[in-house]
Design a protein. Structure first.
Length: 240
């Protein structure tokens, strides 16, 4: 693996807990808009970071309140990570959080068409690119649960060569992502192999979207120095 030396593109991650590192979960079903109590509680329990947090729900601007309402009315059960950081820029936040949700809940009706395990591979490689402990910790174990080989996850974490015995679809998508991140382009052969493995142009474009939005997530949480749960030590560190 050779993705430790570059810093390209955009991208994002998010989670479902209010403090510490979120862990990837299925989308919540929010049939009703969030209550005032839920909105106030969300603000009162925001995790710390370098980007200023609102002191209370009542002190927030109208745009910030609308952004928070939009997040909690969607498929997430809480506000975390980059979603917290973007309270400082709520118009950007509302546009980005919808894209994040689309990418994160791949495989669910109405969301990204990328198979879940391949979507998680893009997220992990985005986290590795930016050495983002927050995004990594939110997805590393989940990626194994949905079908990525543990040896591949470890190879991405350590920036070493992937296992030789990868399933064809995983190998094609890994090669596509690695080549794209390293060279900022892909060969015809790599393109065709990934498109075939994914099943067409839509999932290929959706995959690129996941890679982009999760780099944005990694960048936001890196600048904010968003912490891990209960002071946990990161397992993902910058490559030398």
């Amino acid at each position: 693996m050779h993705i430790g030396s570059f810093a390209a593109g955009l991208v994002v991650g998010f989670g479902v807990l209010l403090t510490g590192t979120a862990r990837a979960q299925a989308p919540a079903s929010n049939a009703e808009p969030p209550t005032l109590d839920a909105l106030q509680r969300a603000v009162d329990t925001l995790p710390p970071g370098r980007v200023e947090r609102p002191a209370s729900y009542g002190s927030m601007t109208t745009e910030q309140q609308q952004y928070l309402q939009s997040v909690l009315a969607g498929p997430r059960s809480a506000v975390s990570g980059p979603l917290v950081v973007m309270l400082a820029a709520p118009k950007l936040g509302d546009l980005a959080q919808r894209t994040m949700a689309y990418a994160r809940f791949a495989g669910t009706e109405g969301f990204s068409s990328v198979p879940v395990k391949l979507n998680e591979l893009a997220i992990l490689m985005a986290a590795r690119t930016w050495s983002s402990p927050y995004v990594w910790e939110a997805h590393d174990r989940y990626s194994v649960r949905v079908g990525l080989p543990p040896a591949l996850v470890e190879a991405v974490r350590t920036g070493t060569a992937p296992p030789a015995d990868l399933e064809p679809d995983v190998k094609a998508v890994y090669t596509f992502l690695d080549e794209f991140l390293r060279t900022k382009q892909v060969s015809d052969a790599t393109f065709e192999a990934a498109r075939t493995a994914l099943g067409g142009d839509r999932p290929l474009v959706d995959l690129i979207g996941t890679l982009a939005i999760y780099q944005m997530s990694a960048m936001l949480t890196a600048v904010d120095r968003t912490g891990l749960a209960d002071g946990a030590q990161p397992t993902l560190r910058p490559l030398e």
